[in-house]
Design a protein around this ligand. Structure first.
Ligand code: PGA
Length: 252
């Protein structure tokens, strides 16, 4: 399976910075003779700008609301994403869960609205440091996945990607061992097989996220079981992003 590298730009970058990223990215891209798949999740205000300007890159959203339209000031809908040719969104990122009160129920509705409209959904799950220290990682992740996928039919799952992101590893420089990530991802696959079937579980892309950089990416991506990476801080620099795309292709 081709590796997938998704950059999560969070609330970073202005138009000028996007232009600068594009310039450097386009200079470097032709030198990669083998590429992994890649996408960038940008702030909603720049989705259209990024889509128009970063032509070589799949642009996705960082979040989107589950209603098609209505009196929901400040939100953007899956339908508006479709209208701007944006094929999907991240959902349930730990920053959305902790800072913006995205509950499991809301995340379920967001996941459902994207998947049922044939859109890509990058569902983020992960445990806190406390939960990790108390060996509760899988218990927490299992609960998050079961709730997020509640009442979602097998037929809709083809556009689902799960990103396992331990909260304590996000933006901290701390990372779990590859063995820990591998074990957890194996358990996620088993869970999906139980909830749906083996084929869905085998075909599901599961990424690792949390302090991924050029020094640790190879280790994670070399594992057959880890299908890619969701990368925050390190992906803001085009040189770094290209490097990760290259590492991903080498690990295929
Ligand atoms: P990080 O963020 O790579 O900066 O740790 C990852 C994420 O939040 O998706």
């Amino acid at each position: 399976m081709k590796k997938l590298i998704i950059a999560n730009w969070k609330m970073f970058k202005t138009k000028l910075e996007i232009d600068n990223f594009k310039k450097r990215f386009e200079e470097l891209l032709p030198f990669l003779n083998k590429k992994s798949d890649y996408a960038i999740a940008v702030s909603s205000i720049y989705l259209d700008y990024a889509k128009t300007n970063l032509k070589n890159i799949e642009i996705i959203a960082q979040d989107c609301y589950f209603e098609k339209e209505g009196a929901f000031t400040g939100n953007i809908s899956y339908n508006q994403l479709l209208d701007c040719n944006i094929k999907g969104s991240i959902v349930g990122h730990s920053e959305r869960r902790s800072l913006f009160n995205d509950t499991d129920e809301i995340i379920n509705k967001k996941t459902k609205s994207l998947l049922e409209n044939n859109m890509l959904c990058v569902l983020c799950v992960g445990e806190s440091d406390f939960e990790y220290q108390n060996n509760k990682s899988f218990e927490v992740v299992k609960n998050q996945i079961e709730k997020a996928l509640n009442n979602i039919k097998k037929i809709s799952l083809k556009n689902l990607i799960i990103a396992y992101e331990p909260i304590w590893a996000i933006g901290t420089g701390k990372i779990p061992t590859v063995e820990e990530v591998n074990n957890l991802i194996k358990k996620i696959r088993l869970l999906i097989a139980q909830l749906y079937d083996n084929l869905v579980a085998d075909e599901l892309k599961i990424l690792y996220g949390g302090s991924v950089n050029n020094k640790n990416a190879k280790e994670f991506l070399s594992s057959k079981n880890i299908n890619g990476a969701l990368v925050g801080g390190f992906s803001l620099d085009p040189n770094n992003f290209i490097e990760l795309i290259k590492i991903g292709a080498e690990c295929e």
